[in-house]
Design a binder for this molecule. Structure first.
Ligand SMILES: *Cc1c(COP(=O)(O)O)cnc(C)c1O
Length: 422
């Protein structure tokens, strides 16, 4: 399979080519439920693997430090225009190498080391880069953290407001990596205004839902929107920072020359293609189908006795709390992997266990929706998860093998974008 798909690679480096071919098979055959992952289109894959790779272009379109930018400038300007149109923002910077450096650029633009910054705590669903201790953002800045309410698993906006007024952070981050519920950007905006803070919406997970109209947009509410391009947005691995005109200079200066050198032009091209795809009517259907699938999957899991953080989902993501089952998250995740269902283990709010051995598993529907699975398939998916978790509790490998065969059979009927037909 790989020799025909990647002939030059197979000839030059058969060992590496075999790894790629194996990964293609794995992505084709498994039910991929990691909510931050997806399948990019063949067009995005092609754009990301072009000779744009060969070009250095420090600076911005029309203001470069290297010559020969005739084509690169057009690629980047196109990506910027598409981002502005899709998200309804004044300014977009498409150069950040990934989500974490994009967030670092926000710190560089608006804060000094030692300043107080506020974000959601990692174990509550926030991201490392929102001021958590083990991250540079938590050691170079004074990170204060908010969480969710114990009973409901929902953000307590009154508590966030009290904390923000007491701490007066330079920057407040909203958004996260394990939040199954809609973020109230307007509520955060009024808190940030009262506290005199710069408000950043980190929509890495939900950018595609926002683009497709399946989650409210932070545009108009927040100072800066930070997002990765490779999660629900279905672009290459990269990131964007978007903002009001008043912050455009600060953001651009922070990304380059503040933090980065030359932009990855092949990635910029892939982002431009993904933004074009995300502006099509089919993407609106996709984004809504992701949410419909997640709601149907959550319902089917609840019916099978699973405990879900916040009781369900509004978006693409479900956080299963296994505290009441006999299986910790890691054991469940590894058993699911053997059954051909790929998830990640995750802390749940107020987790009694340690972060590397937590009580939850985090799942989501972006990838399976990209393959065309719909709500009618979600009871089947929930059934597989349930049987696999039960099998993990009983160390029943043959039950996992049975699930795996069923998963592979369904997956073969729903070919993934960008992958060879197996
Ligand atoms: C994924 C994610 C990031 C980081 O993205 P990387 O590309 O992995 O660096 C930042 N913030 C949030 C909320 C994320 O979900």
């Amino acid at each position: 399979m790989s020799a025909s798909r990647h002939p030059a690679l197979s000839a030059t480096d058969p060992e590496l080519a075999s790894f790629v071919a194996a990964e293609e098979s794995l992505q084709a055959e498994t039910l991929r439920l990691i909510p931050s992952e997806n399948y990019v289109s063949a067009a995005v894959l092609e754009a990301s693997g072009t000779v744009l790779q060969n070009k250095y272009s420090e600076g911005y379109p029309g203001r470069r430090y290297y010559e020969g930018q005739q084509n690169i400038d057009r690629v980047e300007a196109l990506a910027v225009e598409r981002a502005k149109g899709l998200f309804g923002v004044d300014h977009a910077n498409v150069q950040p190498y990934s989500g974490s450096p994009a967030n670092l650029a926000v710190y560089l633009a608006f804060a000094k080391p030692g300043d107080t910054v506020m974000g959601m705590a990692l174990p509550m669903g926030g991201h490392l880069t929102h001021g958590w201790g083990v991250s540079a953002t938590g050691s170079w800045f004074r990170g204060v953290q908010y969480g969710v309410r114990p009973g409901t698993g929902l953000i307590d906006y009154d508590a966030v407001r009290d904390q923000a007024l007491a701490e007066r952070p330079k920057i407040i981050f909203c958004g996260g990596t394990a939040l199954p519920r809609t973020i109230d950007f307007a509520a955060f905006a009024s808190i940030a205004e009262e506290a005199g803070s710069v408000l950043v919406a980190d929509v890495a997970h939900i950018a595609g839902l926002i683009a497709g109209g399946a989650h409210p947009s932070p545009a108009g509410h927040v100072d800066v929107i930070s997002t990765t391009t490779h999660k629900t947005l279905r672009g290459p691995r990269g990131a964007m920072l978007m903002c009001r005109e008043e912050h455009a200079k600060a953001i651009d200066k922070a990304v380059f020359p503040g933090l980065q050198g030359g932009p990855h032009n092949q990635t910029t091209a892939g982002i431009a293609v993904a933004l074009h795809e995300a502006a099509q009517p089919a993407f609106v259907s996709y984004a809504h189908a992701v949410v419909a699938n997640a709601k149907a999957l959550a319902q089917a899991l609840l019916e099978r006795g699973f405990d879900l953080v916040s009781g369900g989902t509004d978006n693409h993501l479900i956080l299963i709390d296994l505290t009441g089952k006999d299986v910790p998250g890691k054991v469940a995740a590894k058993a699911l992997d053997r059954a051909g269902i790929v998830v990640n283990y995750n802390t749940v709010p107020f987790d009694p266990r340690k972060p590397f051995d937590p009580s939850g598993i985090r799942i989501g529907t972006p990838s399976l929706t990209s393959r065309g699975l719909s709500t009618e398939h979600m009871p089947q998916v929930a059934d597989w998860i349930s049987r696999s978790v039960d099998a993990a509790a009983k160390a029943d490998e043959s039950a996992l093998a049975v699930v795996r065969a069923e998963v592979t059979a369904l997956m073969s009927a729903f070919p993934a974008p960008g992958l060879p037909l197996s």
